[in-house]
Design a protein around this ligand. Structure first.
Ligand code: NAG
Ligand code: NAG
Length: 404
């Protein structure tokens, strides 16, 4: 099934080198714990020769949105490091000699680069960088075309992440932090197969601005070696390579930081490399305040204390006497809040005013949403809720308004 889709894509692309395709739209999975799937499947090189209209097509499987960039070099010896390589020339989107188009069928995608009047000398090296949009993950695929060719279709396989650390890890002083990277290398390309873990220290310059100090390797694993472990200060590192039933090698690199402190903050990069492809994922590891689910508290402006009452609270409004009800939320990060009546979010009306601000309390502001009734009347009676939601969860409190 998958193969027939691929063949159809390749076939359509070969026949139709000028297909203009829709933008790269795939379902974006916003789930923090979702590990983006990226697996190269086929590479088709056609009509490479001096002055010709050449074409390079990559067929791959992915389940999230990837941005792509291409680089070229005539020196196949140049290796692209983690970031970008100034020795490699980026192929600009508006370069008239290159035209990039894509096609999609479910989770299978084909990306084609049409090269007008090929000028490069052989061997030619192209590096395609795929970056997952909603997660700091990249996949670099190197295509080396050694000499002129009419048509060459090649089966590819991937390095598929099975487990990666979360995009950001916030730890408390003295906590134990575990960073684990597990990837399946679907084929073996020899001594170049390796998994590394790097850490980059950073300093905070100002809010959301960081400076990077230096990157160092925490260690690496490769299939020829025995499982390894190492202990240094409060770090425990372990790595292994396991051969799976389908012939793939599963690389696992785990680092355990016990009694973590500010010194252990950094960007941890899991990098899996083979001869012609490499992929890496970053995780920000920071010390900070742990998140907590919001708690909500209702405070009528007339001073009524609701603390000992049972929920739903009974709140009495006097006809035509302006009054308000405040709702505060406690939790970190700050919650988004709203009031609902019979399940519908309340918006401002000529009779109802909503006002959000931070109520200042010792140790920081508390988000507070105030609901004001300018002219209470019978229509305002009913069951209301105040709801608060942050990244850690949500909470709500119900109250019944009567107008007398
Ligand atoms: C990776 O290694 C860690 C530590 O040895 C282990 O706890 C974990 O289960 C391993 N994960 C996989 C997928 O093999
Ligand atoms: C944890 O680390 C702190 C310094 O960051 C040190 O003072 C303390 O003794 C350590 N505790 C243990 C149990 O190792």
């Amino acid at each position: 099934m998958r193969l027939s889709i691929i063949m159809r894509l390749v076939y359509v692309l070969v026949l139709n080198c000028l297909v203009v395709c829709s933008a790269f739209i795939v379902d974006i999975n916003e789930d923090e714990n979702h590990i983006p799937l990226f697996r190269p499947l086929r590479r088709l090189v056609s009509n490479f020769g001096p002055g010709r209209r050449a074409q390079l097509t990559l067929v791959f499987q992915s389940d999230v949105d990837f941005d792509t960039r291409w680089f070229k070099s005539c020196d196949p010896g140049v290796r692209l490091p983690m970031a970008e390589n100034p020795d490699m020339l980026p192929i600009k989107a508006n370069d008239p000699n290159y035209k990039i188009s894509s096609m999609h069928s479910g989770s299978v995608h084909a990306l084609t680069m049409d090269i007008v009047g090929l000028q490069e000398k052989f061997p030619i090296k192209y590096v395609t960088i795929f970056s997952a949009r909603n997660r700091p993950m990249q996949y670099h695929l190197t295509s080396i075309i050694p000499g002129p060719t009419e048509r060459h279709l090649e089966k590819l396989d991937g390095i598929v992440w099975e487990n990666v650390p979360r995009r950001s890890i916030v730890f408390e002083q003295s906590e134990t932090v575990i960073i684990s990277c597990v990837a399946d290398f679907e084929s073996y390309s020899g001594y170049t197969d390796e998994m590394h873990l790097f850490s980059t220290q950073f300093t905070r310059i100002r809010k959301n601005r960081y400076g990077f100090i230096k990157t160092r390797s925490c260690g690496h694993v490769h299939p020829a070696g025995d499982p390894f472990w190492e202990e240094a200060k409060n770090l425990w590192l372990t790595g292994s390579v396991l051969e799976l039933d389908n012939g793939a090698n599963r690389f696992n690199f785990t680092i355990k930081i016990s009694n973590a402190s500010r010194e252990n903050q950094g960007i941890f990069t899991c990098a899996a490399e083979r001869e012609h492809d490499k992929t890496f994922v970053n995780s920000w590891v920071k010390q900070g305040r742990p998140g907590s689910k919001p708690l909500v508290e209702l405070v009528p402006c007339d001073g009524t204390n609701l603390k000992d009452e049972t929920v739903p609270y009974q709140i009495k409004l006097k006809k035509r006497k302006p009054t308000c009800i405040r709702c505060r939320s406690f939790g970190y990060p700050d919650a988004r809040m709203n009031f609902k009546k019979a399940g519908t979010i309340l918006n401002r009306t000529p009779n109802i005013h909503l006002d959000f601000h931070h109520y200042l309390k010792e140790g920081g502001g508390v988000p507070e949403l105030t609901l004001t009734f300018w002219n209470p009347n019978g229509r305002d009676a009913g069951i209301y809720t105040c709801e608060a939601e942050n990244e850690m969860g949500s909470a709500s409190v119900a109250f019944n308004i009567r107008v007398v």
